[in-house]
Design a protein around this ligand. Structure first.
Ligand SMILES: Nc1ncnc2c1ncn2[C@@H]1O[C@H](COP(=O)(O)OP(=O)(O)OP(=O)(O)O)[C@@H](O)[C@H]1O
Length: 315
C-alpha cells in the first residue's frame, strides 16, 4: 500500500529535518539540525572532520536512530514509513560492492534481479546515463576508479530515485573522472530529483551545488544559497590605477563608515556596505581619483568556510 503524502508537505520539499539531534553518550554529534531540500536542487553538506556529516547521512538513511527530532522525506515520516521512503532513495555512501569478475552490465543485471521489476531497457538507459555503456561488457575489476564510481551511480539510478545521497562522490577520481561526475550531478537533480551531496571539496560544492549547509561540532552554522553566501559580508572591491592606490586607500580609510581597506591583487578591498559604491566613488572623485571599477567582492566558499569554522580543516 502506498502511504498517503503528508498534508504538511510544502510544495516541492523532498526532505526536511526538524530539530534532528544525535548524542553518542554525552557527545552531541548533531544538534537541532533543521534542513530542507527541494526538488531539482543540489544541496551541499559541508563541515570539518567530526562535524556530524556522516551521522546525519546515517540518520537520513535510517541506519542511525536519532536521539531527538524528526526526518520527513517525500512528505512521510521516516520512522513510520521506512521502506516506502528508502526504496525511493539512491545512496552511495561508501564504495559500492560489485562482483569483480562480472561485467558492469552483469553486475547491474544481478542487482536488478534482486530489486525485482527492473526491465533490461533500464540497465541500458542507466549505463548510457553515466557514459559507461561502451565498456559495460568489460569486467568490473578492469574499471578505473571513475568508472567504478559511475557504475555505482548507475546502480543507484536503477530504481529511478527521487532523492540521491552522495558521500564524497569524486574521492579518488582523476581530473577527467571528477569532471564527469561533477557534470552529471546537476543533470541528475534537474531530472526532477534532489541531490544531497556530502563533500569536503569546497570548490566542488561551489561548482555543483545550489545551496549549502555548513556544520561544525554538530551545529549548523550556515544554510544558504551558494551565490548568496559568496556575496554576503560588506565588502566592495575598487580598482584604481596603480599610482593612485596609496592615495585612494588613505581617502577611504578616513571615511567613518568604512571599517577597513586593504590592497589585494591590484584591487582595494573595502569593508563597507555593498550599497555604498556611489559614495565610495564620490569620495574618491572629490580627491581627483577615478575608480575604473567598484563591485561587490565575491569571496570563495573556502574563505567563507574558514571564516565560519575558525580555520578548521575540512579534510
Ligand atoms: N558510533 C559512534 N560512537 C561514538 N561517537 C561517534 C560515533 N560515530 C561518530 N561519532 C562521533 O560523532 C562526531 C561526528 O562524527 P561524524 O562521523 O558524523 O563526522 P563527519 O562530519 O562525518 O566527519 P568526517 O568528515 O571526519 O567523516 C565525531 O566526534 C565522532 O567521533
Amino acid at each position: 500500500m502506498t502511504p498517503e503524502i503528508s498534508p504538511h508537505l510544502n510544495g516541492d520539499v523532498i526532505l526536511r529535518t526538524s530539530g534532528l539531534t544525535k548524542y553518542f553518550g554525552t557527545l552531541a554529534a548533531v544538534k537541532n539540525l533543521n534542513l530542507e531540500l527541494r526538488k531539482g536542487e543540489v544541496f551541499g553538506f559541508l563541515g570539518p572532520n567530526g562535524a556530524g556529516k556522516s551521522t546525519t547521512v546515517g540518520m537520513l538513511l535510517n541506519l542511525i536512530a536519532p536521539t531527538a527530532g524528526e526526518i520527513e522525506i517525500f512528505g512521510l515520516k521516516l520512522e513510520e514509513h521506512r521502506w516506502p521512503i528508502l526504496r525511493r532513495i539512491g545512496a552511495i555512501i561508501e564504495e559500492p560492492a560489485f562482483y569483480p569478475y562480472l561485467s558492469g552490465w552483469d553486475n547491474l543485471e544481478a542487482l536488478s534481479k534482486s530489486i525485482g521489476d527492473v526491465p533490461l531497457t533500464k540497465i541500458k538507459e542507466v549505463l548510457e546515463r553515466v557514459n559507461l555503456f561502451d565498456r559495460s561488457r568489460d569486467r568490473y575489476q578492469t574499471y578505473s576508479m571513475g568508472m567504478k564510481q559511475r557504475l555505482g551511480i548507475a546502480a543507484a539510478l536503477l530504481r529511478d530515485p527521487e532523492l540521491i545521497i552522495l558521500d564524497e562522490p569524486t574521492n579518488g577520481l582523476d581530473p577527467a573522472g571528477t569532471k564527469e561526475i561533477r557534470d552529471l550531478i546537476p543533470e541528475l537533480a534537474h531530472e526532477n530529483r534532489a541531490v544531497f551531496l556530502c563533500s569536503h571539496l569546497l570548490h566542488e560544492v561551489e561548482l555543483v551545488c545550489d545551496r549549502v549547509a555548513i556544520i561544525k561540532k554538530g551545529n549548523m552554522i550556515a544554510n544558504a544559497q551558494v551565490r548568496e553566501l559568496l556575496t554576503t559580508g560588506q565588502v566592495l572591491q575598487v580598482r584604481v590605477v596603480d599610482s593612485d592606490i596609496t592615495a585612494a586607500s588613505d581617502v577611504l580609510k578616513n571615511l567613518p563608515w568604512i571599517h577597513s581597506v586593504k590592497s589585494e591583487n591590484g584591487y582595494l578591498v573595502v569593508d563597507a556596505p555593498k550599497e555604498s559604491g556611489a559614495q565610495v566613488n564620490k569620495a574618491l572623485a572629490e580627491k581627483n581619483i577615478f575608480a575604473s571599477e567598484i563591485v561587490p567582492h565575491v569571496a570563495s566558499l573556502e574563505d567563507i568556510f574558514l571564516e565560519l569554522t575558525g580555520g578548521e580543516s575540512h579534510d
